[in-house]
Design a protein around this ligand. Structure first.
Ligand code: DGT
Ligand code: CA
Ligand code: CA
Ligand code: ZN
Length: 576
């Protein structure tokens, strides 16, 4: 069974959590976490690398020991050490890691002193007011735990959605497996996966094939399949090992375009198109476009749109948010493409929580064909990341100046991801900030302020910043984990526009804020957007594609995106 990078990363992360609960040495714990992070950022497929006999220990943060563990997981699907550790530390304890205010140390204590191993037991003890008695807990934490259990219980009731990044490699592997089956012609993923939504409920795959191919048989026998839900001549459904459901539909060549249109969705977009057909006396469904009983179109998606008098609409736009009107009036956006990106404006180095040196980051960015990279490490308030104080930032500035003298056709921009403090002031003195090319200003704490306070806080930061400002991950949400903080986005965007401040679309697949709706709003209001990876390693620079997907869903064109400008244009703009 191919094991995919996200599963290996997750195993390492779980192992690190379990070790920490067990009270293991911090260095060991951190080694596994770092490895988990490296693997998530990796562009190569570990499964393939192992099969090809590549040396994994050449990957950053992966030594011989971890390399062997990856090989074991690829070969057996398991990590034997994890199985060992599970014998002494119950794995259910990890479920508690999701509960607000609980981390490994607190969980260990709950386990040792109250014998709690599951969320159910945790809830019971909280109701019996036993948790507040433990040293370092108290009533407030007990209540927060209870509230969070109740809230998450509700959330679990709804069907779980997986992040696009988590299903990407498994889906692409499955698609290439299907393409190799004899008699199979076209293979395409439709649904939310094709529309590049940040999360997907399930993956919908369409195939066309010669009548005698055994594609359905081979599909349900794919090595990643955990469960078969349905198997038929034209439709089958399976669940893959890590919980991803996949629908496969076989359609005829003459219906292919109509089926692709139908199953790409969104449902709301489909319904609107179908109604346009009704007005023209046409019936549109997944089999084609019909006039009476006669099929008049359906081989391609373009044909379907043509029948209702529209040009082709890109999948990312099909959300019934004005794309049909725009198509009718000939003002569809020319969506940004990844090849338009000329540089990255948010990255970390091993001076704080990144893994690579400034020089290595520059080299990797240059290798991608970029003209510039902004180094934006954390500021001192984030002490657990070893954030920079004024003195260390000065040193970094000097180092970058030195490197820039060596670099050809490439510029390192001097920046910092500076914390916005609770009162809206910045974490470092203006005297040093002034020496930078740009700031990424970010909120990393005090997420629960009222909307008014949070908005004022951020506006103050924008207004007091001494150089060009990018507002980093502007809503702070982490998909499936942390809600966005409460800000008045319209007000924020007005200030950003008037002050020449750009808003970041953070390409980390669990962030992706601005989301699609806010991207479109920014575009409509004339606010500049920056798409940045927030890379923590050289491999992290490859996450740019997720930002591009979101940008396209948000109607962005290259002229809305600051880092589609070349180095010279950008430098001029930064100076203004
Ligand atoms: P997901 O899976 O929740 O991330 O989102 P989708 O968009 O992939 O939704 P899914 O898998 O339920 O269905 C795939 C597509 O099939 C959907 O985008 C549009 C189409 N579809 C499904 N049900 C209906 C329906 O009742 N009417 C119409 N017109 N289209 C439908
Ligand atoms: Ca779907
Ligand atoms: Ca589906
Ligand atoms: Zn940040």
């Amino acid at each position: 069974m191919p094991v995919h990078n996200p599963e290996i990363a997750e195993t390492f992360n779980k192992y690190a959590d379990l070790l920490e609960i067990d009270g293991a040495n911090q260095f060991r714990v951190r080694a596994y976490r770092t490895a988990g992070r490296t693997i998530l950022d990796l562009s190569q497929n570990l499964y393939d690398m192992v099969k090809e006999g590549k040396d994994l220990s050449e990957l950053p943060g992966i030594g011989k020991d971890l390399a062997n563990k990856i090989i074991e997981m690829v070969r057996t699907g398991r990590l034997s050490q994890m199985e060992e550790l599970k014998k002494t530390v119950p794995i259910e304890l990890l479920d508690m890691m999701d509960i607000a205010d609980l981390g490994p140390k607190r969980i260990a204590r709950l386990h040792q002193e109250l014998g709690i191993s599951t969320i159910k037991e945790l809830e019971a003890s909280a109701r019996e007011k036993k948790i507040r008695e433990l040293p370092g807990y108290g009533e407030k934490i007990e209540q927060a735990i209870l509230d969070d259990i109740t809230r998450k219980g509700k959330a679990r009731g709804s069907k779980e959605r997986l992040k696009l990044s988590a299903v990407e490699s498994a889906t692409e592997s499955l698609l290439s497996y299907l393409r190799k089956i004899k008699g199979v012609k076209k293979v395409t993923a439709a649904g939310s996966y094709r529309r590049r939504m940040e999360t997907v409920g399930d993956v919908d795959i369409l195939v066309t094939h010669t009548g005698d191919s055994d594609v359905m048989e081979r599909f349900v026998k794919y090595e990643d399949v955990d469960r078969i839900i349905a198997k038929g001549e034209t439709k089958s459904t399976v669940v893959l090992r890590f919980g991803l459901q996949v629908d496969l539909r076989a359609v005829s060549g003459e219906s292919y375009g109509a089926a692709l249109h139908y199953f790409t969705g969104s449902k709301a977009h489909n319904i609107a198109i179908r109604q346009m057909g009704v007005k023209k006396n046409l019936k549109i469904n997944e089999y084609g476009v019909f006039k009476g009983k006669k099929r008049i179109a359906g081989k391609t998606e373009e044909e379907v749109y043509e029948q209702v008098g529209l040009p082709y609409i890109e999948p990312e736009l099909r959300e019934q948010r004005g794309e049909i009107e725009a198509a009718r009036e000939g003002r569809l956006p020319r969506l940004i493409e990844i090849r338009k990106i000329r540089g990255d404006l948010h990255s970390h180095t091993n001076n704080t929580e990144g893994r690579n040196s400034i020089e290595e980051m520059a080299e990797a960015a240059q290798k991608k064909g970029y003209e510039y990279l902004a180094i934006t490490d954390h500021s001192k308030r984030l002490s657990m990341t070893h954030g920079l104080d004024e003195k260390r930032l000065e040193e970094q500035i000097e180092e970058i100046d030195r490197l820039n003298r060596k670099l050809k056709d490439f510029t390192l921009l001097k920046g910092i991801e500076v914390d916005i403090l609770e009162d809206g002031s910045l974490d470092l003195n203006n005297s040093v900030l002034k020496k930078l090319d740009l700031l990424v200003c970010s909120v990393h704490h005090k997420f629960n302020l009222s909307q008014k306070k949070q908005t004022e806080r951020i506006i103050r930061a924008i207004e007091s910043s001494p150089v060009f400002t990018i507002l980093g991950h502007p809503t702070g949400r982490i998909i499936g984990e942390r809600e966005p903080y409460d800000v008045n986005m319209e007000q924020l965007m007005k200030v950003a526009r008037d002050r020449n401040c750009a808003l970041e679309l953070n390409a980390q697949p669990e962030r992706l804020d601005l989301n699609d709706i806010y991207c479109k709003m920014a575009k409509d209001m004339g606010v500049m957007i920056v798409i940045s990876t927030d890379a923590h390693s050289t491999a992290g620079l490859d996450l740019m594609r997720f930002g591009i997907y979101q940008a396209r869903r948000g109607w962005l064109e290259s002229n809305n995106v600051l880092n589609s400008r070349n180095g010279k244009e950008l430098q001029e703009l930064l100076k203004k």
